[in-house]
Design a protein around this ligand. Structure first.
Ligand SMILES: [Zn+2]
Length: 406
């Protein structure tokens, strides 16, 4: 009886599952079973504003330094929604999707370890981070380097001869110089939330540079979209107990409580900034916030948040991920006379990734339902609907999943 490679794989999986082990694709000499990798990959290409087309492209030859990953899932980011609607980055045609995760199905012989020094094998679950034009060693280990500098990201690359450049696809082609992390010890939904969570780990690291954030700080978080909600979860896992969430949506505020907010303020219940400020102060037992995180892209919200903060307090602005327009503040009342310590935060650095993996594990361990942030899952073929659901803001985190991840 002739046994082909697919039969071998099936038999090995069967034996492994009978042994109670995890069924993994067997790797022969570091190379994947060739029978399981198709010749072409499906890539959701944004071909014009508000329209993705799922195209098929040949899977490139995997070179000595390359990694081929079978995509399981990828979250939809606000950045994707902006690009979908308006193409502000001028990238069309582009393979989007940067919050993705999947399984290594093939890798070159020079690939031995991930960007944190962990071993990499076929079958491991991975995420990518940045593709650096500067030295990744510096970005990983130089603690004085606070921002991303010159870097590219899969899912925001101009189209090229490979085409497999984004995570909204069923395979992604990871080339030399990319940063990649082995996250096999995290479940699929947690892995899908790594990238947005890293934004908050970075924001909190920025906030800590003010020296104001402490275990017993009173912290206001304005905006309860995925970013604000993850902010609350990160603060809670680091032991901060007095967190007030501010938003206009009762459902999101209820979820904020489940993620660690001690109090909530619905701004629709209070007319005028004075009444709103009083509500925030009441939530802290008659005290203004020691520190505040501004997680909306609304200029009015930026102007308001100074009022919630005590003299000498701190503010981290991270909501204006893209240009949301000018905000009007009074520099005398809002900044100088209050001596506010203001930091901005944008994206993350490579080393925030390691902290993020620990955050997701800790959040799970203390029972925060972080993965419930993923409210919708769409197959790749329905990516246009996924983006429209994101823009309609009816859910929280929208994910695109492939058959491998569902
Ligand atoms: Zn993102």
């Amino acid at each position: 009886m002739a046994v082909n490679e697919q039969d071998v794989e099936r038999i090995v999986k069967q034996v492994l599952s009978q042994m109670g082990g995890t069924a993994k694709a067997p790797s022969f000499g570091g190379r994947a079973v060739s029978g399981e990798i198709p010749k072409t990959a499906k890539v959701a290409m944004l071909v014009e504003k508000e329209r993705f087309e799922v195209k098929e492209f040949p899977i490139p030859e995997v070179g000595d330094d390359d990694i081929l990953v079978r995509v399981e899932a990828c979250g939809v980011c606000g950045t994707d929604a902006h690009e979908f609607k308006r193409d502000p980055f001028g990238l069309i045609p582009v393979a989007l999707g940067h919050e993705g995760t999947g399984e290594i199905v093939k890798m070159g012989r020079n690939v031995k370890k991930d960007s944190a020094g962990k071993d990499l094998h076929v079958g491991d679950k991975v995420v990518t981070c940045m593709i650096f034009r500067d030295d990744p060693e510096i970005t990983m280990f130089d603690l004085n380097k606070q921002n991303v500098g010159e870097a590219d990201v899969y899912g925001l690359l101009p189209d090229d001869e490979y085409h497999l450049n984004g995570w909204f696809s069923d395979y992604i082609f990871i080339r030399k110089g990319s940063t990649v992390f082995n996250v096999s010890d995290l479940d699929l939904d947690s892995r899908t939330l790594i990238e947005p969570s890293a934004v908050l780990v970075h924001a909190v690291e920025r906030a800590k540079t003010t020296g104001i954030l402490r275990f017993n700080s009173r912290v206001a978080v304005q905006g309860c979209g995925p970013i604000g909600l993850l902010c609350i979860a990160v603060l809670r896992t680091m032991g901060i107990e007095h967190i007030t969430a501010v938003d206009g949506n009762e459902q999101r505020l209820n979820f904020a409580k489940r993620l660690g907010a001690s109090e909530t303020v619905n701004f629709n219940d209070h007319s005028g900034i004075e009444a709103l400020t009083k509500a925030v102060s009441d939530s802290f037992g008659g005290h203004l916030a020691d520190f505040a995180f501004q997680c909306t892209g609304n200029p009015k919200a930026h102007a308001n948040i100074y009022k919630f903060i005590r003299n000498g307090g701190g503010l981290c602005e991270l909501g204006f991920f893209v240009n949301g327009g000018d905000a009007t503040i009074n520099p005398h009342f809002d900044l100088c006379s209050k001596e506010i310590n203001l930091v901005g935060s944008w994206v993350y650095t490579l080393r925030d990734y390691g902290t993020t993996f620990d955050f997701l594990k800790r959040a799970k361990a203390i029972g925060l339902p972080v993965t419930e942030l993923i409210t919708h899952k769409y197959p790749l073929e329905q990516i246009n609907e996924a983006l429209k659901t994101n823009l309609a803001m009816t859910g929280l985190k929208i994910a695109v999943v492939t058959p491998a991840g569902s």
